[in-house]
Design a protein around this ligand. Structure first.
Ligand SMILES: *Cc1c(COP(=O)(O)O)cnc(C)c1O
Length: 380
């Protein structure tokens, strides 16, 4: 199969050169806007592109307020902070994620708890979450706590893996029942919708990423999505050193963060937002093209869940077994077609090996079977 697949991907991208997993495209006004920041000298923390980019994201997603940050990890940190996560807290997330999810909460002094994913959505499974809580959690007057340790279970952080939306209604129902905050790691899912609503706007706080490999990029960058505009104003305040506006005085009214996105990066983002809808169309067409190819192959192409619309950020296949997975990885990479296994599961990393966890059978099964295929937007 690998010879056929290599030819198929090379035909799709119409090149004999190395094919990366995901490369950015700058086909709009990016150059013009970036040069404008240089000409005006406003390359840093002050400038009109930041607000413009925030507004573009808020308009596109329907978030009450969007607050730009220097990267997605910083956006996650702020989203968790806004949701009330504190040192010593436990935060439930999925083991199948990029390490940034766990790093963000770790640096706040919180610890992850790993609960299994669904094989369909590749994201946090509401049934596994409900089961883990029923067995391990307890409601108290001050909120939900872990029975054995008494530590607060403050937040649940599902991640929309490769852009496929998780089962948000069901997760939200469990979170409400247990009085735990829901925070979406929507880093991979700009342009993905859950029952018509943009991912990251169902929970009170969420994070997007604009790293170089995401669907749009600002070089490095992130965005905090807040449902409530007033909460959004507070998120903006704490990410900009908590400085109280004044023509010349320096006064800061709480410990703030310097997590601002520079104007230089926001200029790039403004250009990218103008082409987002075209990227989304191209990525959907590419995904359908892959789906067709895999119809009569032993591997199964991962499609969006029935209740949502995926941005198909990274295309993925589920192999028959680990041998097939390893052969494909070896042969495609050898042929200059970049393919990757899914991230090493979080509970296998040394710093999170001692974290509390439930049964992780689906995550472990997916880890052994999944491969990501080249996914840069292309005309197919
Ligand atoms: C990209 C990503 C982030 C944020 O990454 P940054 O590089 O800090 O922008 C967070 N979570 C997930 C799941 C990601 O894929």
């Amino acid at each position: 199969m690998h010879t056929q697949l290599i030819r198929f991907i090379r035909d799709t991208y119409k090149t004999d050169d190395f094919i990366p997993l995901h490369a950015p495209t700058f086909a709009g006004n990016e150059r013009k806007y970036v040069l404008d920041t240089l000409d005006s000298t406003f390359v840093s923390s002050v400038g009109a592109y930041v607000e413009r980019f925030e507004q573009q994201i808020a308009d596109f997603t329907g978030a009450g307020r969007a607050v730009a940050t220097m990267n997605g990890t910083a956006a996650l940190h702020i989203a968790l902070y806004m949701a009330g996560v504190k040192a010593g807290d436990l935060v439930i997330t999925q083991p199948l994620t990029f390490v940034a999810t766990c790093n963000a909460l770790h640096h706040m002094g919180a610890e992850p708890v790993f609960v299994d994913v669904s094989r369909q959505s590749l994201g946090l499974c509401p049934v596994a979450l409900a089961d883990w809580l029923a067995a391990n959690a307890q409601r108290t007057e001050s909120g939900c706590v872990h029975k054995a340790s008494g530590r607060p279970l403050r937040a649940v952080v599902p991640m929309h893996t490769f852009g496929h939306p998780v089962e948000l209604d069901e997760l939200q129902a469990v979170c409400r029942e247990w009085n735990i905050a829901l925070v979406e790691d929507a880093a991979e899912s700009l342009g993905s919708f859950y029952k018509g609503k943009h991912t990251g706007t169902i929970s009170d706080f969420a994070a997007l990423s604009f790293n170089g490999n995401k669907i749009i990029t600002t070089g490095g960058g992130g965005m905090v999505l807040c449902r409530d505009a007033q909460q959004g104003a507070r998120a903006k305040h704490i990410t900009t050193t908590a400085k109280v506006p004044h023509p010349f005085e320096f006064y800061h009214d709480e410990p703030g963060f310097n997590y601002r996105m520079p104007n230089l990066n926001a200029a790039l983002g403004c250009g990218q937002m103008e082409t987002l809808s075209r990227f989304l169309e191209q990525k959907r067409a590419l995904a359908m093209h892959y789906a067709e190819f895999f119809q009569d192959q032993p591997c199964q192409f991962v499609t969006e869940p029935s209740y949502g619309r995926s941005n198909y950020w990274l295309n993925a296949i589920v192999c028959e077994d680990q041998t097939q997975r390893d052969t494909l990885l070896t042969e495609l990479n050898k042929a200059g077609v970049m393919t990757r296994p899914v991230w090493k599961l979080m509970h296998r990393l040394p710093m999170f090996a001692h974290a509390l966890r439930g049964e992780l059978g689906n995550a472990e099964w997916l880890e052994a079977h999944l491969i990501n295929l080249p996914s840069s937007p292309a005309e197919v």
